[in-house]
Write a protein that binds this ligand. Structure first.
Ligand SMILES: [Zn+2]
Length: 195
């Protein structure tokens, strides 16, 4: 569960900080996840990351920055636009604040958006109750624990993704997918209540 840092190279193409109403919707869910302990705090940040696809039919998305705390209202520079990812070379191409970097799970978000054109938002959190009860509640779970932030996590998710919208990453955390940020957020709350 320990935070392992960012495992890929980020190329910041320009310093344009993303904006728009859906950023506020993402902020709202960062706050809710914090309040419901779905994205617990650790020294230096929060276990969790959130993204949404900018436009249907494209794999460009906006994601929270690495080492971001959901305990406070997220500042504009806590968001990055990701324009592309090279999964083979583990390179992320993004725009945003030059002194920060996009979430350590950016490659994972990219792979899901690419694989699932229907998904418009991805919320990732860590929740002990969900992790411990995933299998007996029938939540789709990845095969075995792999190091967070790596392409191995990407592979483990793609193996089970299919058309599932809620997946437990074995001994790590959950992914909640939706056609909108609200839909993905409400699904996570629903699953929390279920376990
Ligand atoms: Zn995680």
């Amino acid at each position: 569960m320990a935070y392992e840092g960012v495992k890929y190279q980020t190329i910041i193409e320009d310093d344009t900080i993303p904006s728009g109403v859906r950023i506020d919707e993402l902020r709202k869910w960062c706050r809710i996840f914090h309040e419901k302990n779905l994205a617990p705090f650790y020294p230096g940040g929060t276990y969790g990351n959130m993204s949404f696809r900018v436009q249907q039919g494209e794999n460009i998305f906006i994601i929270t920055a690495a080492r971001t705390s959901f305990a406070e209202e997220l500042p504009p520079e806590a968001f990055f636009t990701v324009s592309g990812v090279d999964l083979e070379k583990a390179i992320v191409y993004a725009s945003g604040e030059k002194n920060r970097e996009p979430s350590s799970e950016t490659m994972l978000h990219y792979a899901i958006f690419r694989e699932r054109p229907d998904v418009m938002a991805i919320l990732h959190g860590h929740c002990r109750a969900i992790t411990q009860n995933a299998e007996k509640t029938g939540i789709v779970t990845t095969g075995e624990f792999v190091e967070p932030g790596t392409t191995k996590v990407v592979d483990s998710i793609l193996e089970v993704l299919d058309n599932h919208n809620f997946i437990e990453i074995k001994d790590h955390g959950f992914l909640s997918l939706g056609k909108s940020i609200d839909e993905a957020g409400l699904l996570a709350i629903e699953m929390l209540e279920k376990v």
